[in-house]
Design a protein around this ligand. Structure first.
Ligand code: GLA
Length: 393
């Protein structure tokens, strides 16, 4: 029998073979950035890069986790009764938080388990490697203990891990995309109501290129929380005059009419982005459905400009990549994705131009920033699921 790498890693670590295997993807967001916690729309998709786990239940209460991506952290062990945040446990806090909240939701996990994990999403690149581990843990616990936890509940528990266990005040986009992704489809999600629809994203003549700045997103979490509270401030001021629950409820015209109630200029710009980006996301979906890819691309470019100038979450690395991308032939659109401050951008590039594109943008970036960007071709894949042990890469 040919043994695949992760199964072999499990065997070396735990001296038995794993029983079950699971996969959770990363995500990209086509458009709709920083709209999720503002009750707006997002349009992400799951990608075929992701995180794999192989696992088996134990007889006792011990949980033993190993990630082949963090070999220096070694084997991380804790008891089912010790589910508290521990910074020395590093990446394992994500599965730990997930297990804790599944228990708190009233589900029974009678025994511990052991598991080996390996992912091919670049860490900290804004492709939701953390939501991927959260949902991976969710489907794994669901599968191992036959808990039948509804998918939407797992998604919400993943978000709770981010918000309460890790301390990032993020919205629901990442967990939703990772949990609900579908091959060759984007997910238009209304973050206020959680109503969603799938829209086919079949770009016959184009590829979606992920461009990684390789800039570490060190300050991203604190800046992220700052942006969130700026949006909340704007909403509070608007609420004194308007009967609204979120910025996502406003049209562009309404925002323009009432924006003067927001007293701080910076806060006003943040709110403007949230309102305009939400409207732009709905327009983009409409254009995509009509097959008007040129307009779809133009809206993607507008999204970046708004994130750069009004929301101010880009930075020289992302701007250099995206602005270089805009200048290349055969590019429909390009923009930063995720929380920003480093991480990744995407560009939609004509098939025949892809090689030139990567060479040119790569050279411009290296020249300006001093180190290389990385480029990957994104394929849109399914959400988190159990897979055959033999399918583990
Ligand atoms: C991060 C968060 C998401 C979302 C994006 C910005 O990815 O986890 O909830 O807010 O940033 O759109």
């Amino acid at each position: 029998m040919k043994m695949t790498t992760l199964n072999k890693i499990f065997l070396d670590m735990f001296h038995v073979l794993p029983k079950r295997a699971f996969f959770a993807p990363g995500r990209i967001n086509l458009i709709g950035e920083y709209t999720d916690f503002n009750g707006g729309h997002v349009f992400p998709c799951a990608i075929t890069y992701g995180t794999y786990a192989v696992a088996r239940k134990r007889e006792d209460q011990l949980i033993r986790l190993y990630s082949a991506n963090f070999p220096d952290k070694g084997l991380i062990e804790f008891n089912l009764s010790e589910l508290v945040y521990d910074h020395t446990h590093n990446w394992a806090n994500y599965p730990k938080g997930m297990i804790r909240y599944i228990l708190e939701a009233g589900y029974e996990i009678p025994t511990g388990f052991e598991c080996a994990i390996q992912g091919n999403i670049p860490n900290g690149a804004g492709l939701s490697s953390s939501a991927s581990i959260e949902l991976l843990t969710g489907v794994m616990i669901n599968g191992l203990y036959e808990l039948a936890i509804p998918r939407l509940e797992l998604i919400k528990l993943g978000k709770r891990v981010e918000n309460e266990f890790i301390g990032v005040n993020s919205g629901i986009m990442d967990q939703f995309a990772v949990g609900m992704g579908k091959k060759d489809a984007g997910i238009l999600l209304d973050c206020q109501t959680l109503r969603y629809e799938y829209a086919p994203v079949k770009l016959e003549h184009h590829k979606i290129i992920i461009m990684n700045t390789n800039k570490r997103r060190e300050l991203a979490d604190s800046k992220y929380n700052e942006r969130r509270s700026e949006c909340e401030q704007a909403l509070e001021q608007l609420k004194t005059k308007l009967a609204i629950e979120s910025l996502g409820q406003l049209s562009e015209a309404e925002f323009d009419e009432y924006q003067h109630f927001i007293t701080n200029e910076t806060v006003r710009k943040r709110a403007k982005h949230a309102v305009y980006e939400n409207v732009r996301t709905l327009k983009a979906l409409k254009e995509l459905k009509k097959g008007n890819l040129t307009e779809f691309g133009r809206l993607i470019n507008q999204s970046h400009i708004s994130l750069r100038d009004d929301f101010e979450v880009t930075g020289v690395e992302l701007d250099s990549l995206v602005e270089a991308a805009w200048k290349q032939p055969g590019v429909l659109g390009a923009r930063m994705i995720g929380a920003g401050f480093g991480g990744c951008a995407i560009a939609i590039v004509e098939n025949d131009e892809v090689d030139h594109f990567i060479a040119n943008v790569g050279a411009i970036y290296k020249e300006k920033i001093g180190y290389n960007a990385d480029f990957y071709i994104a394929s849109i894949g399914d959400g988190a699921k159990e897979i055959m042990l033999e399918a583990v890469k």
